[in-house]
Design a binder for this molecule. Structure first.
Ligand SMILES: *[C@@H]1O[C@H](CO)[C@@H](O)[C@H](O)[C@H]1NC(C)=O
Ligand SMILES: *[C@@H]1O[C@H](CO)[C@@H](O)[C@H](O)[C@H]1NC(C)=O
Ligand SMILES: *[C@@H]1O[C@H](CO)[C@@H](O)[C@H](O)[C@H]1NC(C)=O
Ligand SMILES: *[C@@H]1O[C@H](CO)[C@@H](O)[C@H](O)[C@H]1NC(C)=O
Ligand SMILES: *[C@@H]1O[C@H](CO)[C@@H](O)[C@H](O)[C@H]1NC(C)=O
Ligand SMILES: *[C@@H]1O[C@H](CO)[C@@H](O)[C@H](O)[C@H]1NC(C)=O
Ligand SMILES: *[C@@H]1O[C@H](CO)[C@@H](O)[C@H](O)[C@H]1NC(C)=O
Ligand SMILES: *[C@@H]1O[C@H](CO)[C@@H](O)[C@H](O)[C@H]1NC(C)=O
Ligand SMILES: *[C@@H]1O[C@H](CO)[C@@H](O)[C@H](O)[C@H]1NC(C)=O
Ligand SMILES: *[C@@H]1O[C@H](CO)[C@@H](O)[C@H](O)[C@H]1NC(C)=O
Ligand SMILES: *[C@@H]1O[C@H](CO)[C@@H](O)[C@H](O)[C@H]1NC(C)=O
Length: 866
């Protein structure tokens, strides 16, 4: 059993993340303990009503009932991907956790939304919200309690990162705004959102030991992401602050370690940063099998064990029986279990759910059959488990709009928008369907046909998939165009015969896929093994453009790909990035190609080479059989911040994207506000409340009676015998609380508030959100068609900070000749740096400059901040 207290050894330095050499005898990064785990604050803004309702409910619960709420009933035990125990006595049915960040996973008659990454590329708050709302409503309609998304970890440190597409962007401000809008939408839809994965989960390789052993690396502990305090605050934690401020009900801790302490028992992460500094009032659930201890993770801030069993289908749990015993024997204080139950129920009430009025769960994640086992692994209780409820409503319209408005026009020498093209030839496997159907590969673990979603748990079943071939053909026929398609990357004879014809406009579709680490597709263990196109895509583009002077390229991908070899060809007249568009793929791309919709802006940088990114996935262990060490030694310099620092050339910069019209930027104005001085938060919390009593007699916690309908491999809160040591069957049982738990872990007395936190104000010290400057600029549409401009505001913070950092943006629809005002409020947070010495944010004396422009390198206007 691994203790939550890491030894205080010196942090390592100087070894880059990508260095493959074995690190013998290195001093490992460590994590300082922080105890006790903060309890809920009755006065927390946005949570008061939820707190009151939760308190009324939790006060009625027995210890067994509280434990039931905190512990999953085990993998494949009930219909959802994760389910906790119910409280039948009070009419609370089991809470249902269900993937994913693009729709309800593993069911039918649901929608598949565009990826978070493509939605970020819209730079449109209202669309981010609308997509979240649609996903929340669909989850609600299936009876889900917690929708497992959105994602801000991975943030996107490495372009190869397998799950980057599930999140938004390597820029923390774009991701922060995106995750907040998504959370508001999901929770307005009536279910709890789950911000994940907290934190440092930037690569798939080595996130789980079993998985790594599966691809040939015998490691005994998972990867450790080693992140310094400043980088944590200014980069990786930043969007989670926005998530907490938006009222997110749950946060999922991640698989890998942070500074050599597992994320789900890292007290500095969960107790200090998340619940202390950020003032998070909801609950922390583990990623599936990311929990490694019982009492230690309880006091380190974990609130819900998912899916509840130690390893899938073990029938054993770190909590359940063990948590009941840990309270009875005095190791875990009752107040901590009360707080777990409070946080779970407060999140439930916060989104408008009511005990006794929950929607029934009307699907099963484990089968598409109508009738089947409700308790899947136990093969018990046959009933109607899939009601096939159609929850899609009008969401297809939002999906089509988001995917079109997120598609980025990277290059256009005049070929677009299409105007009644004479002869369209659509080329490439990526334009067609999967011959076995859009859902043929389990969890989309293949790259067959057009790419509209990555692979893994972040997926959902397509209700249909409009392919580019279908969508473009339907549009082309309206104009009477001639239309043909060759849906293969290898049919050169047929392709060349078409694209070489007079008046041919060739549209070549190519892709690059990635996903979650439990599936290997073509040698890619979740993370991409390279940044090039798949399935011979480069050759296809080069061949077509060598004989067709009007070649348009469309890229479906999970991040940047290398285009260096061909993007500059004069025969390639346009290039678009269409990300992962979801079910309306073909209609969305047709909307952009024909100019019916204005495109978006790239949410990441397109480098000329793989090396130019300066960061890469660690593909081979570098610490013997022990935890591979991933040092985030580049600090805050990822993506455009790295390219700017290295002053390296690139293909397309962050924020770049063309439009079908032109815009003029002028009249930059900076107005200073009267923000008062910053005062660190002081004072103390109230002592931890204890809600109710409990009997210390183990006999009161036995299975109810002999006729109790025990389900195979199910996780229960009960004891099977009154001897606690026997009941828990824990080899380490009986270590004294003092030896076992870190100092202060069980202390329920009033605690000092953290300086950078907000008193009853989730999201940190409220003065961080004081407006210091209001910046405005005029944006005029100087072209002849209506279009959306996406003005971006960057700040140079001076000193050793990145050249510029994004701090604001908007998406403005402007008629030809019209002018609109772009306005951004710059807050104290926007102008601050994290000071590790004082453990607070400070606006330092560096000269600061504000820039307004159309990308991170087209900084058209600037002004010094006084
Ligand atoms: C990780 O270690 C670094 C270097 O000592 C330190 O700055 C940082 O606060 C630690 N973070 C966590 C979460 O332990
Ligand atoms: C715990 O949850 C299980 C599964 O939902 C349920 O059968 C049991 O009655 C619950 N126990 C208590 C004490 O509520
Ligand atoms: C789920 O389906 C059942 C049976 O059709 C229905 O009673 C229930 O209301 C549905 N739940 C939701 C949330 O639609
Ligand atoms: C893996 O490493 C562990 C610890 O070093 C060792 O006990 C075990 O035998 C190894 N397993 C294999 C298959 O090499
Ligand atoms: C209690 O937890 C230990 C690991 O800490 C595990 O080995 C044991 O099986 C658990 N007991 C039960 C009843 O799940
Ligand atoms: C109390 O129970 C827990 C859970 O089984 C166990 O890990 C711990 O060692 C026990 N502590 C004592 C003091 O017996
Ligand atoms: C689909 O993908 C799988 C795995 O990547 C591959 O083996 C198979 O040949 C593909 N099938 C078709 C019909 O393309
Ligand atoms: C079609 O191709 C012919 C022959 O190359 C050319 O003369 C003509 O201008 C083309 N028409 C259009 C509309 O591109
Ligand atoms: C990169 O990986 C893809 C997918 O596995 C593969 O199709 C492609 O050939 C690889 N590129 C290179 C240059 O090896
Ligand atoms: C462009 O296409 C023409 C055929 O129309 C071909 O002759 C020429 O070599 C191509 N140019 C490039 C740079 O591929
Ligand atoms: C692309 O073309 C432009 C303009 O012709 C040229 O300046 C630039 O060097 C080219 N870039 C590459 C990588 O070939």
């Amino acid at each position: 059993m691994k203790s939550a207290v890491a030894l205080a050894v010196l942090a390592s330095s100087g070894i880059t993340a990508a260095a493959p050499e074995k690190l013998h005898k290195r001093a490992l990064a460590s994590s300082a303990p922080f105890y006790p785990s903060p309890w809920m604050d009755p006065d927390a803004a946005g949570w008061q009503d939820a707190y009151a309702k939760a308190k009324e409910f939790v006060s009625q619960l027995t210890l067994l009932e509280k434990v039931n709420l905190t512990t999953g009933t085990g993998w494949e035990s009930e219909q959802c991907v994760g389910t906790v125990g119910a409280i039948p006595r009070l009419g609370l049915s089991a809470l249902c956790m269900q993937d994913s960040p693009v729709g309800v996973r593993g069911t039918d008659y649901n929608s598949v939304f565009p990826s978070g990454q493509l939605t970020a590329a819209t730079f449109d708050r209202s669309l981010l919200y609308k997509r979240g709302l649609g996903m929340g409503q669909e989850a609600k309609g299936k009876g889900v309690t917690v929708l497992l998304g959105p994602v801000a970890g991975p943030l996107g440190r490495m372009p190869e990162g397998g799950r980057n597409w599930e999140g938004f962007s390597p820029d923390p401000v774009l991701t922060g705004i995106a995750i907040a809008e998504t959370i508001k939408g999901v929770q307005d839809g009536g279910v709890v959102a789950c911000a994940k994965h907290f934190i440092g989960n930037e690569q798939e390789h080595f996130r789980q030991t079993g998985e790594a052993q599966g691809y040939g690396f015998n490691i005994t502990e998972t990867l450790s992401s080693n992140i310094d305090d400043k980088t944590m605050h200014e980069l990786y934690l930043w969007p989670f602050v926005d998530a907490v401020r938006a009222g997110v009900g749950s946060v999922m801790c991640s698989y890998q370690q942070l500074n050599n302490s597992y994320s789900c028992q890292n007290s500095k992460l969960l107790n200090e940063l998340l619940k202390g500094e950020l003032g998070f009032q909801g609950f922390v659930m583990s990623d599936w099998q990311a929990q490694h201890t019982g009492a230690a993770s309880a006091v380190a801030g974990l609130d819900m064990s998912m899916p509840g069993d130690t390893v899938f289908n073990s029938g054993r749990s770190y909590w359940g029986t063990n948590l009941t015993a840990a309270v009875l024997n005095g190791t875990v204080p009752l107040w901590r279990v009360d707080d777990m139950a409070m946080r779970i129920m407060a999140a439930f009430f916060k989104v408008g759910m009511e005990v006794g009025k929950q929607e029934p769960i009307n699907f099963s994640f484990w089968t598409s059959a109508t009738f089947g086992f409700r308790n899947w692994v136990a093969q018990k209780n046959v009933e109607m488990i899939n009601h096939h409820v159609d929850v899609r409503a009008e969401h297809a319209l939002t999906i089509r709009e988001v995917a079109a408005k997120g598609t980025v026009l990277l290059k256009n020498t005049g070929a677009l928008p299409l105007k009644k093209p004479k002869f369209l030839v659509v080329v490439g496997e990526d334009a067609g369907g999967n011959p076995f159907g859009p859902n043929a590969c389990s969890d989309r673990g293949c790259d067959n046909g057009t790419l509209a979603m990555g692979w893994g748990s972040g997926t959902a079943n397509f209700p249909y998939l409009v392919t580019p071939d279908a969508g473009i053909q339907a549009r082309a026929l309206q104009d009477g165009s001639r239309y043909e398609s060759v849906l293969s990357n290898y049919a050169w004879t047929q392709t060349s015969a078409l694209v070489s014809q007079a008046n041919a406009t060739a549209i070549v579709f190519v892709n690059a896929d990635s996903g979650e680490g439990y599936i290997n597709v073509d040698g890619n263990e979740g993370d991409r093994k390279n940044l090039t196109l798949w399935k011979n895509g480069d050759d296809l583009i080069k061949n077509v453009s060598s004989i067709c002077p009007n070649t348009i390229v469309v890229i479906h991908s999970t991040g940047p790909v290398l285009v260096t070899d061909w993007y500059n060809s004069t025969n390639i007249t346009a290039i678009l990035w269409a990300g992962l568009p979801g079910q309306e793929s073909g209609n969305s791309i047709a909307d952009v190609l024909y100019g019916a919709v204005s495109p978006g802006r790239t949410p990441f940088t397109w480098g000329a080479t793989r090396e130019s990114y300066g960061t890469d996935v660690l593909y081979e262990p570098n610490n013997g059989n022990d935890a591979p060490q991933q040092d985030f030694s580049e600090g805050v310099f990822i993506d455009y911040r790295h390219f700017d620092k290295a002053n390296s050339s690139l293909i397309w910069e962050f924020g770049h994207g063309l439009s079908y019209t032109t815009f003029k930027y002028s009249n930059l104005q900076v107005a200073k506000s009267q923000a008062g001085p910053y005062t660190p938060t002081t004072g103390q919390t109230a002592p931890a409340p204890t809600l109710g009593n409990f009997s210390t007699d183990p006999n009161d916690y036995l299975f109810p009676n002999a006729s109790f309908p025990y389900i195979f491999e199910y996780i229960y809160p009960y004891l099977n015998v009154s001897d606690l040591k026997k009941a828990t069957d824990d080899a380490d049982y009986g270590k004294s609380a003092k030896d076992f738990l870190p100092p202060g872990a069980t202390d329920g007395s009033a605690q000092p508030l953290i300086k950078a936190s907000g008193k009853s104000s989730p999201g940190g010290n409220p003065q961080l959100y004081d407006v210091m400057y209001t910046v405005t600029a005029d944006i005029q549409n100087t072209g002849s068609v209506a279009g959306d401009e996406i003005p971006q505001l960057y700040v140079s913070l001076g000193g050793d900070n990145p050249k510029v950092v994004l701090r604001g943006f908007d998406r403005l629809s402007i008629q030809p000749g019209d002018t609109q005002q772009f306005k951004v409020d710059l807050t104290r947070r926007d102008l601050s740096n994290w000071d590790p010495a004082t453990q607070d944010w400070v606006v330092n004396d560096n000269q600061k400059t504000v820039f307004v422009g159309s990308s991170s390198r087209k900084l058209l206007l600037n002004a010094a901040l006084q």
